[in-house]
Design a protein around this ligand. Structure first.
Ligand SMILES: Cc1cc2nc3c(=O)[nH]c(=O)nc-3n(C[C@H](O)[C@H](O)[C@H](O)COP(=O)(O)O)c2cc1C
Length: 366
């Protein structure tokens, strides 16, 4: 992440079965350790900048039990960091589920293993059913971020202060905290957050180096994306901070436009796991009971086609590279992409799309 690439590219969601595509096609992503390891090595060799896992604890059901099998992200990151040399690997941590001192030490361990290549995606939590499984009650929405602030402050202190120190917060009361060693090389891990609410965005402005937004893809115009990036950066700079803005998307790249579009329709629409999609919608109270039949059908289509994987980049290497370059022009620092099957699809992306982005001046040669 600290390299010269103007537009950073990461792999999103590889630690989860089916990754970011609720599809029944047999080649859907396994999320298994051997496949993740192969992918991380392939991505590292190709000059991909980061791997961003999803902190997910329970599947969404459907015929495939979408996200039914997930590798825990910090331990996953440790294994991948030990097996790669350049790529940044994030761990995705739900603040209310992890004791902050244990988390701080786990992350330092990962960062030591990766010699400074560990990053933190801090999640305040939103999925009620997952929390029940831990016997942890969700706080009110904005209180989650208030708690996350104390949690983050404590972790940062454990990473930087010699200690012992006490924490006398509203939520955390800790005595005689000492945590050695510190993160690798006297720096601290990169921190990101992807809150979409006002409280979530404000948290990112105060604490994070990177802010991920699912709403800035090329689904909106270049001008809208540029406006969003400027708005986020202006808010951060009012707090005396700098923040980089990233987005997410699904890539289906094939030698011809027709092949790409045919596969996208085949995997994402014709073979969608509608049961899983409907259960994800239900978490947001989008059901046959709360919506009219037409609204429900439209939302269901939108979820399958756009919401789960993010904006779909579907086409030839020229088209995908051009659409990605538009994100760079809008001021976005990077994108976390997913594929239906990363191991099958990354080779073409690396061989054809990355060199085009290099020619456009958005990425350095690998
Ligand atoms: C790129 C990206 C990654 C995210 N990763 C996770 C995750 O791994 N686990 C999770 O429970 N939520 C994840 N989220 C959800 C956000 O952290 C956040 O809770 C959600 O966008 C709702 O925003 P709010 O908390 O401000 O209401 C992610 C969102 C985005 C856009």
């Amino acid at each position: 992440m600290y390299n010269a690439n103007a537009l950073k590219i990461g792999m999103f969601g590889a630690n989860c079965s089916s990754a970011r595509s609720a599809t029944m096609v047999p080649e859907r992503w396994s999320g298994s350790w051997p496949d993740c390891l192969k992918l991380a090595r392939m991505a590292d060799d190709a000059g991909i900048d980061f791997m961003l896992p999803i902190g997910r604890w329970k599947g969404y059901g459907g015929d495939t039990d979408f996200h039914g099998a997930t590798l825990e992200t910090i331990t996953w990151a440790c294994g991948l960091l030990a097996s790669t040399s350049k790529i940044t690997v994030f761990g995705t941590v739900h603040a209310p589920l992890f004791n902050p001192i244990i988390a701080a030490k786990e992350m330092v361990t990962a960062d030591q293993i990766g010699q400074g290549r560990f990053g933190l995606n801090l999640v305040a939590g939103w999925n009620e059913g997952e929390f029940e499984m831990f016997g942890v009650a969700q706080r009110g929405h904005d209180d989650r971020y208030e708690y996350a602030q104390e949690w983050m402050d404590t972790v940062k202190r454990a990473w930087s202060e010699p200690g012992p120190f006490d924490v006398d917060g509203k939520y955390l009361q800790l005595r005689g905290v000492r945590a050695e060693p510190k993160p690798y090389g006297g720096t601290r891990p990169l921190i990101m957050n992807a809150g979409s609410s006002g409280a979530g965005q404000a948290f990112a402005m105060r604490n994070c180096d990177a802010f991920f937004t699912a709403s800035a893809g090329s689904r909106t115009s270049l001008e809208n994306n540029a406006k969003k990036v400027q708005e986020v950066k202006a808010q951060a700079s009012a707090l005396g901070r700098e923040i980089e803005v990233y987005t997410v998307g699904l890539v289906v790249c094939r030698p011809t436009q027709k092949e790409a579009e045919d596969y996208y329709r085949h995997a994402i629409i014709d073979h969608a796991d509608w049961g899983a999609i409907e259960s994800m919608m239900a978490l947001r109270n989008l059901t046959r009971e709360t919506l009219s039949a037409d609204e429900f059908a439209a939302k269901r289509q939108y979820f399958a086609a756009n919401a789960i994987g993010g904006y779909p980049f579907v086409g030839t290497p020229d088209k995908v590279a051009e659409e990605l370059s538009n994100l760079g022009k809008a001021g976005l620092r990077g994108i976390a992409v997913s594929f239906v099957n990363y191991l099958n699809e990354l080779p073409l992306f690396a061989a054809e799309v990355l060199p085009r982005l290099q020619k456009m001046g958005l990425r350095a040669a690998t």
